[in-house]
Write a protein that binds this ligand. Structure first.
Ligand code: NAP
Ligand code: G4F
Length: 342
């Protein structure tokens, strides 16, 4: 049985990837942070108590800011494949917490690679690189487009990208960068713009909220479905040679269009409910992302399956279900139920 180690297993991508690898028969080990509240909601449905002989997913406490955790875990587990997804992944927050973001999102990758080198284990390493690295570079972007990072987050990802390439060359480690464009799902964190919109629009529909405050509506993103994108991560580590790949849908839409379509699906006019709040603007913005994933298609046979419309339908339906549950509980006399539903 192959063993995989996932950092960021409690995040959106970590949950889809853990599902995929368990389906493929892997033993899955995940790094989790100790928290005073539960942070495993996205993977609870996959968890079996480790006393259960059928358990194949195991969680280990650790943090990307502490290298001794990572060295000890890799030495003990000796995974065949490592998917490094853990990061402070919010671009706007990286302007508020630049040093922390540099430490976890940038140096965290170096710590993982050093853990591989120091333990001497034979493994394959996937790095969660990002289209944010392209920043101000005009679209379309592919593997040859120069990086022009526009945030501390993007700068930290650029550092990680190059350190992965360096360890591949210097130490012959099987390590590759997946340069993923934005990917969304019903499991997306609620402060990223797509989920913020689907959550708010469905709550507005059921009379649970009046307004939705957003920042820059003109930014354009190449939005895909996270479930499709984690398949590309796995494919990258099944190739004969390590390499770097763009993973994208090849379609770009504005935040305004996303909001318009979501409200439309609910029979509402977004203009009546969306207001602009300058606090959500970024000191420097990434105006337009549009990926060209021809290389991934040609070399690995990867193509996205879920369309933009299907993604919106999926997210709206899931959030409508959550809003309905909230409404039902409120109607039954319960209060303060919102944060207990997910
Ligand atoms: P996410 O939902 O924000 O998940 C981030 C994960 O990292 C969570 O499991 C989080 O743990 C963990 N983490 C954060 N700080 C950590 C630390 N100090 N030590 C250990 N773990 C830590 O992100 P995602 O959307 O799944 O994205 C996965 C990766 O792909 C990230 O590296 C992101 O930057 C990158 N990426 C994402 C996209 C996208 O569109 N989603 C596109 C390109 C690249 P908690 O649950 O405890 O917070
Ligand atoms: O949803 P976002 O916060 O995603 P962003 O900044 O593109 O970053 C995401 O995708 C990256 C890949 O390109 C990942 F690397 C990264 O980890 C993360 O997953 O914002 C999308 C756009 C931005 O232009 C932002 O300015 O939406 C705009 N926006 C407008 N109003 C807003 C809002 N973004 C957020 N989060 N909240 C708003 O109210």
């Amino acid at each position: 049985m192959k063993k995989a180690f996932i950092t960021g297993i409690t995040g959106q991508d970590g949950a889809y990837l853990a599902e995929l690898l368990l389906d493929k028969g892997y033993e899955v080990h995940g790094l989790i942070r100790r928290s005073s509240t539960f942070n495993t909601e996205r993977i609870d449905h996959l968890y079996k108590d480790f006393h259960d002989p059928e358990a194949r997913m195991f969680l280990h406490y650790g943090d990307l800011s502490v290298s001794s955790h990572l060295i000890k875990l890799l030495y003990d587990i000796r995974p065949d494949e490592i998917y490094h997804l853990g990061a402070q992944s919010h671009v706007r927050v990286s302007f508020d917490m630049p040093e922390y973001t540099g430490d976890v999102t940038g140096l965290g990758t170096l710590r993982m690679l050093e853990a591989i080198r120091k333990t001497g284990i034979n493994t394959r390493f996937y790095q969660a690189s990002s289209s944010e690295m392209f920043g101000a570079a005009p679209p379309p972007q592919d593997e040859t487009t120069p990086f022009e990072p526009q945030s501390p987050y993007a700068a930290a990802k650029v550092y990680s990208y190059y350190v992965v390439k360096n360890y591949r060359k210097a130490y012959n480690i099987f390590a590759g960068n997946g340069i993923l464009f934005n990917h969304e799902s019903p499991r997306r964190g609620e402060t990223f713009v797509t989920r913020k919109i689907t959550r708010a629009a469905t709550r507005i529909k059921l009379g649970l909220q009046d307004k939705l405050y957003l920042g820059n509506l003109e930014a354009k993103r190449d939005w895909g479905f996270a479930g499709d994108f984690v398949e590309a991560m796995w494919l990258m580590l099944q190739q004969d040679k390590p390499d770097d790949y763009i993973i994208a849908t090849g379609e770009s839409h504005s935040v305004r269009e996303f909001a318009e379509k979501v409200f439309q699906k609910l029979g509402l006019d977004y203009k009546k409910y969306v207001a602009i709040d300058k606090r959500y603007f970024r000191p420097t913005e990434v105006d337009a992302l549009l990926g060209d994933s021809t290389k991934a298609q040609r070399k690995m046979g990867w193509t996205p399956k879920v369309t933009f419309k299907q993604l919106i339908d999926m997210m709206v339906e899931a959030d409508l279900e959550l809003a309905n549950r909230e409404r039902t509980l409120l109607n039954a006399g319960y209060r303060n139920v919102k944060n207990r539903l997910i």
